[in-house]
Design a protein around this ligand. Structure first.
Ligand code: FUC
Length: 779
């Protein structure tokens, strides 16, 4: 059916753009996939291999991953399976009797006896951090593939094709052209590698696996099986199988290595699983291998690409000044580091972020950790865990807006998983109902406060995470999900704060504490560095948002009026956000002197982003204060970690400052990006890779204030371009092109039939839409 209507819109908009037309046509099923314009080449590629893990090329299917070094003579493939964790579920981490001391600590803090309070928190509340290595994510192992006879190498290239999710290594040796391909398949739950040559009988390899002394390794003529009870018997049990299939040649076992001689081709399939999800994990591996051995390589590859592209191809992004895929990524990046700018690199970085989320977070898997699913060795940085005081949330800011809602699911499930332990911690540590989580967690959903006060005494992890549950609803308006999944969890997170907040004796207003403004500190009157505080601004902002979302959700569902009434009452009793003498937003109650004015966390701007409590139109003073706050931080060296810089990009997008956001993208590329475009803290930490995607998306479209705001923060450097397939709240999918800094075409697909409130600059219009309707605007 084809339907066209012209809509007469009487506003400034129409005057500005004489030939504006609004055409609505073609109703289609919402599941139908939109045709995406021909994808531009998106490759991360090099003319040389690497000997560094964090410069390898990552592949992954959400659960099974690898970092490929691409070395012809001795290939190293660092294998990962997302549940390889030492340690285990521990219901007893919360310090005994902690709850008895909370009131005394609160009194000390109200009396400004910060150091005494900190000593008491350390002694009575915080659980000891486990020694490094005893509760950590680890690699599965290293797979080595040696090819001793490859000496003179020429025409070398290794590449990750982001359009297909395939890594390829090509090179020549003694006039033979060698090709190696690698991918990790979600539909077939296995990694598949293929080694070929353009002449027969040229593949000679010797392969082995290395992990621990404790690893049990069994090598046969066609497989290497290995298993271990990790963490010296305290962690998960795993089993992994590397299966080799040859065309031509012979295969044998020599000195514990699998040796293949004079083969035409070798296919390698890797499967791995642990007892984290079930006891039959070893059998599962054999079943998986037996299944895929019946499927041809080409079919496995096609299935993998089709599956990957069903997510990836939903969105295309082009900046017209981008020069294309003409020279290696490390060279491009190097030029940028030396002062050039490169729009193609930005496009690549954007789509690489989407690639990484698809590769590390799929339905049924765990959420992406600090390094996604990729980790080297046995003691990765910060245990490669789930830091929930910014890092995991940043991983997922982009999921819905960059059209990867399915990839959000592991985090949403994870938040649900925090409830069981979180209820215990709420009760034991705070005598509170509901559930709570602190700054970090693991695959067993640990929730106890632990470590040092500066970071560990922060009971806001569940509260912040719960924002994601409601955000998912705002994009999908799935009421069943809201009723059965999101609201019960949000409510339980809110219930904790209902009990936890106490009146400040000076003002009578409700505050949180003991708590911190993540990882930051201030100077006491005696000049000591203190961290603990009653009522950091971020806590208020998180609680306000959580309560508001609960109230809105209960209204939508027409349930729980009494609880909403309590939340409304509590909101009225919370202190407002305050602006200091120098015009910046205050991070704590009262004007405290910052000990580290360039601190990487800018937590009190949570209200600006990811929340929407500060905006130019609704809170102009706070908006200006937020601007000053960022400027203050940046002027003192802020943004020095990749994730911090990525957050600043998002802040500037919300401040509608396209050029400033752009400057920070360039700074991220120059200072916090590895040659393979992985983000560095340092070391490699994946949050910045994801954070830049939400930042760029928000420069081009925002929908957090009830309207779809197009091109809110377009920088001069992106004068012309297009983005197709980004998603706004209320179920709108947006395609647009712009030229010379002005919007040219806009296509809005209404998936839910909501009223579209559309903003472009100062022009706002409201248009009723029908489900499935496509609205085209020409400017
Ligand atoms: C947060 C940050 C650190 C680091 C760690 C993993 O605590 O403060 O910079 O990113 O997470």
């Amino acid at each position: 059916m084809m339907k066209t209507r012209w809509v007469n819109i009487h506003n400034k908009f129409i005057k500005k753009f004489a030939y504006i037309s609004l055409i609505a046509f073609t109703f289609f099923g919402c599941n139908e996939k939109k045709e995406v314009e021909e994808a531009s080449a998106l490759n991360i590629w090099f003319n040389q291999p690497t000997n560094k893990w964090n410069e390898g090329l990552p592949i992954g299917n959400g659960n099974l991953g690898a970092m490929i070094y691409g070395t012809p003579k001795k290939e190293i493939i660092c294998l990962n399976e997302e549940t390889i964790w030492t340690g285990g579920k521990d219901y007893n981490r919360d310090k005994k009797d902690a709850g008895k001391h909370i009131a005394a600590i609160q009194k000390l803090l109200f009396d400004e006896k910060y150091m005494e309070a900190e000593a008491m928190v350390q002694d009575k509340i915080l659980a000891d951090r486990l020694p490094t290595g005893s509760d950590t994510y680890q690699m599965l192992g290293n797979l080595f593939i040696e090819t001793p006879n490859l000496d003179s190498i020429s025409n070398y290239k290794r590449a990750l094709d982001i359009n297909k999710s395939v890594v390829t290594t090509n090179f020549k040796s003694d006039d033979v052209q060698y090709t190696r391909t690698y991918f990790s398949s979600f539909p077939d739950k296995a990694m598949v590698y293929k080694f070929t040559a353009d002449q027969k009988g040229k593949i000679n390899i010797s392969s082995w696996v290395k992990r621990n002394k404790q690893t049990k390794i069994t090598v046969s003529e066609n497989s290497i099986a290995f298993s271990e009870h990790v963490g010296n018997g305290h962690g998960v049990k795993f089993h992994a199988l590397v299966h080799f299939e040859t065309k031509g040649g012979t295969s044998t076992v020599k000195d514990g290595k699998l040796v293949i001689t004079d083969a035409d081709e070798v296919q390698i399939k890797v499967v791995a699983s642990t007892n984290y999800r079930g006891l039959d994990f070893e059998q599962e591996n054999y079943n998986a291998i037996n299944k895929i051995l019946k499927i041809s390589y080409n079919e496995l590859l096609d299935r993998h690409i089709a599956d990957y592209q069903s997510l990836f191809n939903r969105l295309s992004f082009k900046l017209s000044d981008s020069k294309g895929d003409d020279f290696p990524t490390d060279v491009r990046l190097q030029k940028v580091k030396k002062g050039a700018t490169d729009n193609y690199l930005t496009q690549l970085q954007y789509q690489f972020g989407r690639y990484l989320l698809i590769s590390s977070s799929r339905p049924g898997t765990l959420p992406a950790n600090l390094q996604g699913i990729w980790a080297n060795g046995f003691t990765p940085p910060w245990n490669s865990d789930y830091h929930i005081n910014i890092n995991i949330q940043m991983n997922y800011w982009m999921a819905e807006m960059a059209n990867l809602a399915e990839c959000h699911e592991p985090f949403l499930e994870y938040i649900d998983g925090l409830r069981e332990m979180g209820r215990i911690t709420a009760k034991k540590t705070y005598n509170s109902r509901g559930f709570v989580a602190h700054h970090t967690s693991n695959i067993w959903h640990a929730t106890a406060a632990n470590g040092k006060a500066r970071y560990g005494m922060w009971p806001m992890g569940a509260g912040w995470s719960a924002q994601h549950l409601f955000t998912h609803y705002e994009y999908t308006e799935d009421k069943e999900y809201l009723k059965n999944k999101a609201y019960p969890i949000m409510r339980e997170a809110a219930l904790f704060f209902v009990d936890f907040m106490v009146p400040d004796p000076k003002t009578g207003l409700l505050v949180t504490g003991p708590s911190v403004s993540p990882e930051n500190n201030f100077l006491t009157k005696d000049g000591e560095k203190a961290t603990l505080n009653m009522g950091p601004a971020m806590d208020r902002e998180i609680i306000f948002e959580l309560f508001r979302n609960c109230i809105v959700a209960a209204e939508i569902l027409n349930i729980d009026k009494d609880f909403s009434a309590i939340l409304k009452q509590k909101i009225k009793q919370m202190p407002p956000l305050e602006i200091g003498k120098d015009g910046r937003l205050l991070e704590w109650v009262g004007e405290l002197k910052e000990a580290q004015p360039g601190h990487r966390h800018i937590s009190h701007l949570y209200a600006l982003h990811p929340s929407n409590q500060i905006s130019k139109s609704k809170t102009p003073e706070l908006f200006e204060a937020a601007k000053k706050t960022i400027e203050g931080r940046l002027s003192k060296g802020g943004g020095h970690t990749g994730w911090s810089r990525a957050w600043i990009i998002n802040f500037y997008a919300r401040l509608l400052e396209g050029n400033k956001a752009y400057e920070n993208i360039i700074a991220l590329q120059r200072k916090s990006t590895l040659p393979n475009l992985l983000d560095v803290h340092p070391p490699f930490q994946i949050d910045g890779n994801f954070g830049v995607v939400s930042g760029i998306t928000e420069m081009l479209m925002q929908s957090h204030n009830g309207e779809v705001h197009v091109l809110p923060a377009l920088p001069d450097a992106w004068a012309s371009g297009s983005i197709k397939g980004i998603v706004a709240k209320k179920g709108f999918e947006i395609d647009m092109t712009w030229e010379l800094g002005k919007l040219k075409t806009l296509v809005v697909t209404s998936k839910l039939g909501n009223t579209l409130k559309l903003r472009y600059n100062d022009d706002v219009k409201e248009i009723a839409t029908k489900k499935g309707e496509v609205l085209t605007f020409n400017y």
